[in-house]
Design a binder for this molecule. Structure first.
Ligand code: ADP
Length: 350
């Protein structure tokens, strides 16, 4: 009899009658088997159910004669999430669709500062402008910038009667961000593994999104826990990667693209941001960071370029003031580029 067999028995014990989503094994923080004595430490997800959980352990292990004495203790912090290996080429996790959402699209990048959040926000607004119902989830929980970009920094998320988060409506889209939940703007967000997973899952599944055609996710840059958690747990239509034509950005976006492929999230295409600058006096285009590099990268990964967004100093200035270009300057070259990309995405996804 190994601890693994005991864990298997606990895994088979459903706790839905106690109002818990987890099975018994998922609450185990620590477990030791010494001879016939089993010592289990369980996470107590809510108070008052200690004896019920204790009974569940006894029931689960009633068919395991090797365990004679069972001692169950409780802890008030959740167990660490196990690091899981993701096998290449097969979906190894149960991905759940978010109810009411037709298409979920993650916007990722290799590096910070390439304009990922600017793209996520303006793309969401462009999809809404061409007639879709759209939500935007700021999953960049380490550096949420969506509240600034949409000019809703001071607002706070509320909770509905059904105990669900109520997104803030801005420019016709539904918005959720950890930045709209912290006591103040300067509160540092220090999340540790299990808490992070829980927050993200809650953002997605316990929110009053209603019926949406598109939910855009602004991911943190790079290839960290957030990307993996989402890829493992949530059914997505795909990811879009944003890069500038700079070598440093391209080196990292290659890694991000490979990660999406490895976890079987289809990459819908690449958006080249800060692709060129159009001189307002002459109308001449200058490819400040170089030309053709993003196309080369896209070709090597067999990806489509969904569009190229020019550099526009107004974009930076207005973004900081919470005025997204698609709303404030719908006729600008940048806004038109976003609408073009939105149309391609809508066409591709049907
Ligand atoms: P990321 O999410 O990748 O960290 P941001 O969206 O925060 O990047 O953008 C980084 C900075 O670049 C911001 O100041 C933003 O306003 C600016 N920016 C993004 N795209 C453009 C663009 N096309 N033209 C000019 N400035 C841009």
């Amino acid at each position: 009899m190994a601890v693994k067999d005991i864990m298997d028995a606990l895994r088979g014990k459903d706790l839905s009658d106690l109002g818990l989503k987890e099975n018994l094994a998922q609450l185990v923080k620590d477990i030791k088997l010494i001879g016939e004595d089993l010592d289990v430490v369980l996470y107590l997800p809510k108070p008052g159910i200690e004896s019920l959980l204790r009974d569940k352990v006894h029931q689960a292990l009633s068919g395991v004669p090797e365990v004679k004495n069972i001692r169950v203790r409780f802890a008030d912090s959740p167990p660490p999430q196990p690091k899981q290996e993701i096998p290449v080429g097969q979906p190894a996790f149960t991905r759940r669709p978010v109810p009411g959402i037709r298409h979920m699209i993650a916007v990722g990048s290799g590096k910070g500062g390439v304009g990922k959040s600017t793209v996520a926000v303006n793309l969401a607004l462009a999809l809404r402008n061409i007639g879709y119902k759209v939500g935007l989830l700021d999953a960049d929980i380490y550096g949420p910038s969506v509240p600034t970009l949409l000019g809703i920094k001071g607002e706070r998320i509320t909770v509905s009667e059904r105990n669900k988060l109520v997104p803030i409506e801005r420019f016709g889209i539904k918005v959720l961000s950890i930045g709209l939940m912290l006591p103040s703007e300067d509160t540092p967000v220090i999340w540790r593994g299990p808490m992070l997973m829980k927050a993200l899952t809650q953002f997605l599944f316990d929110t009053e999104w209603g019926e949406l055609d598109y939910l855009i996710l602004d991911l943190p840059p790079g290839t960290g826990d957030v990307q993996l958690t989402l890829a493992q747990n949530v059914e997505m239509s795909g990811a879009i990667v944003v890069t500038t034509p700079q070598d440093v950005a391209l080196a990292d976006v290659r890694k991000a693209t490979s990660m999406f492929k490895e976890v079987n999230v289809p990459v819908l295409g690449v958006i080249e941001n800060m692709a060129y600058f159009t001189c307002p006096d002459t109308g001449k285009r200058y490819h400040i960071f170089g030309k053709g590099k993003v196309a080369e990268f896209a070709a090597s990964y067999n990806l489509k370029i969904l569009g190229s967004i020019p550099i526009d100093p107004e974009v930076a200035e207005r973004s900081d003031r919470g005025e997204p270009v698609v709303i404030t300057h719908p006729d600008s070259e940048v806004a038109r580029a976003f609408v073009g990309i939105a149309k391609i995405i809508a066409q591709n996804l049907g």
